[in-house]
Design a binder for this molecule. Structure first.
Ligand code: HEM
Length: 470
């Protein structure tokens, strides 16, 4: 007799808990809005407990934004990743959040990201952040980049060399290997090999955990990400310890971070590990996804592809096959750079940039309560016809003559946290595109199946292509 009663009490208890949660969710919404003349932007008041609208969002974030804009306006409320979020979708509001009022915000990455990276509490502190920016920026400014061109050229050649023997490749997988190898070299002077392959696998698991719900159970992506993070941190610790003991010079980003130790301001090992992971991730996933989109856009726009090929053929004309590219060649790739800019506008990649207000803030009649998440959805205005006419048309000429008006195009963010790797990302993309268009023809190996959204947006299935030497 005990079984059914236990079940009934369990179900009833669950329903009561659910009602209490929903009531509390609605109340917290009302409470925050009543204390000031501005109010919480409109959105659905009643959503699933904990999960909120996360599943709907992850299915298609761009469409999620479009539907909410149509129903609630350009600034709206959404319950995502177990948190209360306000989404802003215009260039003006995004600029206000990311730049004008930047000192009233801290990064607002979902809890899954902050708990996986760990040590984020310390790396969020303004003092720590500006030191990190100064040091990392000093290794990535354009003059410093010139030294990396030869290396990136070599990695691009190695990465593409196996294509001669393959009929089909999965472009996303190939691009991830390429960008991971480049990031690992620039950060920690690591060369391709079994250890790096293992790290790449763990990085993939970490990435998969980033946009998951933070439920630490053996079968969840979040749990797998934590384990992979631990393995990566063990590898980083080995590298750090080794460097402390051997006293050799490396001239890379990790060295700059370790040598910058000022008295009383030394980065702890935990902070260094968190920084390496964040920097590796920042430079790897984003760039590889953009490269996949660039190759798809070129394939789908044959006239532009022909013009791009001509640009690269002209560069190769004065070179032997084995000659590496140099900085002067990179500067000649003007059309290809516009293709990259237009790819970044249309690729939906940065679905949102997250922030958290440090105090209650008001913007244009909207209340941004302290501790909530504010998402600046840059892909929403990159694809808004009011900002970019005929927004779904792939048209690199938008970037001629100075390009779009200021603060309407922000693929690398804006304000005091703007991407530090924008120049190296563009250089990596230009070099890889150079070697592909100079040496290969390609076509999609299957029908276009739309977009796959997980951490970043890519063509579904990772864009498998059939390749042929040119
Ligand atoms: C196409 C490729 C890339 C895109 C679209 C991209 C985009 C972005 C965006 C939107 C931000 C701002 C995040 C925020 O405001 O919270 C950012 C920050 C950052 N990115 Fe990139 N990124 C790319 C490649 C890279 C590369 C190759 C690196 C190299 C290490 C890098 C390093 C960083 C760093 C260090 C930050 C943090 C800056 C800070 O917190 O002050 N990124 N990136």
């Amino acid at each position: 007799m005990e079984g059914p009663y236990t079940l009934v009490s369990f179900v009833l208890g669950g329903i009561l808990l659910l009602l209490a949660f929903l009531l509390q969710q609605k109340k917290s919404h009302e409470r925050s809005s009543s204390s000031t003349t501005s109010s919480i932007p409109r959105g659905y008041n009643w959503t699933l407990p904990f999960f909120g609208e996360t599943f709907d969002f992850l299915k298609d974030p761009h469409n999620f934004h479009l539907k909410h804009i149509a129903r609630f306006g350009e600034t709206f409320y959404a319950s995502l990743f177990g948190e209360n979020c306000i989404v802003v979708t215009t260039p003006e509001a995004s600029k206000w959040v990311l730049q004008t009022a930047q000192h009233y915000f801290r990064p607002g990455y979902p809890r899954s990201v902050t708990t996986i990276v760990d040590a984020t509490e310390s790396i969020y502190q303004p003092q720590f952040h500006s030191r990190m920016r100064k040091i990392v920026g000093s290794t990535l400014y354009p003059e410093a980049l010139q030294n990396y061109v030869k290396y990136i050229d070599a990695v691009a050649r190695i990465s593409l060399s196996s294509w001669k023997f393959k009929k089909t490749v999965n472009l996303y997988d190939e691009m991830k290997r390429y960008t991971f190898f480049v990031a690992s070299k620039i950060l920690c002077s690591l060369d391709p090999g079994p250890e790096l392959e293992e790290m790449a696998l763990n990085m993939e698991k970490v990435k998969n955990g980033f946009l998951s719900l933070h439920i630490d159970l053996p079968f969840t992506r979040y749990h797998a990400a934590l384990k992979a993070r631990d393995a990566l941190y063990r590898s980083f610790k080995k590298i750090i310890d080794c460097r402390r003991n051997e006293g050799r010079r490396y001239n890379d980003m990790l060295e700059a971070l370790m040598l910058s130790d000022e008295p009383g301001q030394k980065f702890s090992d935990a902070q260094l590990q968190a920084l390496i992971l964040s920097l590796m991730f920042a430079g790897y996933e984003t760039t590889s996804a953009q490269l996949v989109w660039a190759m798809k856009r070129l394939h789908d726009n044959p006239e532009i592809l022909e013009a791009v090929k001509a640009e690269h053929d002209a560069i190769r004309k004065s070179k032997l096959k084995e000659d590496s590219l140099n900085w002067g060649d990179i500067k000649e790739m003007k059309l290809t750079l516009r293709v990259i800019y237009e790819t970044m506008r249309t690729s939906h990649l940065d679905v949102f940039i997250p922030r958290e207000p440090l105090q209650d803030l008001e913007y244009d009649g909207s209340l941004f309560p302290r501790g909530w998440k504010i998402h600046a959805s840059i892909s929403a205005f990159h694809l808004d016809p009011k900002v970019f006419p005929d927004p779904y048309k792939f048209d690199p000429s938008r970037f001629e003559n100075g390009g779009p008006p200021p603060n309407t195009y922000m693929p690398f963010g804006n304000g005091n946290r703007k991407c530090l790797g924008s120049e190296i990302a563009k250089t990596q993309m230009l070099i890889l595109i150079h070697h592909i268009v100079s040496n290969y023809r390609w076509e999609a190996a299957g029908p276009d199946q739309g977009i796959q959204w997980w951490a970043v947006a890519i063509p579904k299935g990772g864009y498998p292509i059939r390749v042929q030497p040119r």
